[in-house]
Design a binder for this molecule. Sequence first.
Ligand SMILES: Cc1ncc(C[n+]2csc(CCOP(=O)(O)OP(=O)(O)O)c2C)c(N)n1
Ligand SMILES: [Mg+2]
Length: 662
Amino acid sequence: MSYSAKSNAMANAIRALSMDAVESANSGHPGMPMGMADVATVLLSNHLKFSAKDPEWPDRDRLILSAGHGSMLLYSLLYLTGYSDMSLEELKNFRQLGAKTAGHPEYGHASGIETTTGPLGQGFANGVGFAMAERHLNAEFGDSLVDHMTYIIAGDGCLMEGVSHEAASFAGHLKLGKLIVLFDDNGISIDGKTDITTSDNITQRFLAYSWQVLDCDGHDQEQIDKAISDAKADTTKPSLIRCKTKIGFGSPNLSGTAKIHGAPLGSEEIALTRQSLDWQYEPFFIPEGILLDWRKIGSKGAVGCKEWKKRMQSDTNGTQLTKRLKDDYEADIQKAISGFKSQLIKNPQKVATRVASQKSIEALLSAYPTLFGGSADLTGSNNTKVANHSVFSSSDYQGRYIHYGVREHAMASAMNGLALHGGVTPFGGTFLVFTDYCRPAIRLSAIMEQKVIYVMTHDSIGLGEDGPTHQPVEHLASLRLIPNLEVFRPCDVVETAEVWELACLSKNSPSILALSRQGLPQLRLEDNTDNLSTNGGYILREASQEPKITLMASGSEVTLAEEARIQLEANRIPTRLVSVPCLDRLLKQNNAYIRKLRGNADVIIAIEAGLDTGWEKAIGPNGHFIGMSSFGASAPAEELYKHFGITTQAIVDLAQNHMKHP
Ligand SMILES: Cc1ncc(C[n+]2csc(CCOP(=O)(O)OP(=O)(O)O)c2C)c(N)n1
Ligand SMILES: [Mg+2]
């Protein structure tokens, strides 16, 4: 092993802080930070472009800790390099309530945490999104304003996870040459040596994805440095560097074993480790010289950052890039959508809401230049692509349409990376039923409060013949269970435009747009510049008198409810129709608002071609529900609606049967 006393001590500072913090928390994962300390030291000392004083510098290199259990590696680096919000006190409070140093890195807790990781493989696929955003903005704004690397630290677990296979394949196809994965190739995971579970030839695997693959001894600083330099030199391919490391490096009895993956070393072993590393300092103490060396690394990038800021001022595109990064398009979005809505009022349209979504994208595309979306091989079905879209590809990174291929999970996870990078607003489509394939990433969009727009079409048994595997039944309910995720299900073309507007204006929430395959008449016929979908529910049709019946419905079932309302009114039963394009939003309104929508009707009925879960609060204790309670079936949509009893007649009958004075 080649040895530089200074950088060796710098790496040992990471090791000591990591084992001390885990010991003090009495929980955590010391093995990975101790094993990857040398790699991290070389990366930050010689390669990573960053400035601890300017953590938000948009043109910084991104460092993503995909192996999020090794959080102490990241926290140590942030403290050592001098990020002002990562004090020694925070390290001492590792894993404690309110500390920035959560068990796994949480985006938003401290600067320098680029993304939330912990669910293995997610950071890897996020990184692909970061690298896509960088290439896209580089193509738009040029090298002088956007030119940075994305580094990912991934472990055996990340590479075993399916999402890494999807994401790596996509990154290779896109020739993301500024993406470098530092693979902590320690051959250990929780259950023991990785050879008990995998015989993958990782080098061949990544070569097959058209990556560059490099090797280094992860404890030899010269080798590490050369590998990173070589990886950077080939800008035509993403690179995987297999860093051969020893988990828990430094611990005489536990290193190289699964025992040090996720447990404190214990005081005796810590003492022995201090001896073997020649680190004879108190817990959490970093000698001044070593801290100074680290702080120099942290401040080295300040000059580059300052120069970049100057270029932003002098470059004619600087203002435009600033607007992009701030996502400052509220007025443009509102204007585009209200213009589109006015057209619709003049020329009403009966279209599927997936087509309405396409028309909304068309209306938004030039007004909202950050919009950057695609589909997981269902472009024609999701209606995500519009005439003016050019395709994002290795030969044209300026394109704004992404063919993600059949890689739903990687698409969703990459979208998180895109959103986190900034400068782009990602949307991506697949069938609503396949939100199951995206769910781990959707959950993270919600946790990280990222504006990611999921365009999920074929939203019910209304898709017909493809049958129960393709028909979402539990999906609306189960997605609504995810905190901070907004599930929109518009009823017609106007509402679709409105929910697109809400999704684009959202600052801190991802959105699911659940859209119909089947055509739906335009129910919104009055010119209204207000976005009526804002509160999640509103009176779409008022009853002729004080309502005896109130119908609440979402999406395609609003049309059924409207037909039922017309029949009930014909039978002299005053009936109100409440459209609920977003149940989540409606339930966030105060009780008075919801009660007012229901009115004093004898009978409240909600209709949605899904499970009833979640509707209880909207319809109240005596409300009724017409929807699904089993999987669907394969047949033409109309027959399915009859078969499952979601019909106009069923609504009318239920209403009349429950009236107090029929
Ligand atoms: C999706 C997911 N599954 C399981 C876990 C639990 N888990 C955390 S670390 C780990 C083993 C990871 O092994 P490796 O990446 O090799 O880490 P090392 O032991 O080398 O630090 C597992 C299974 C997780 N965090 N995420
Ligand atoms: Mg491992």
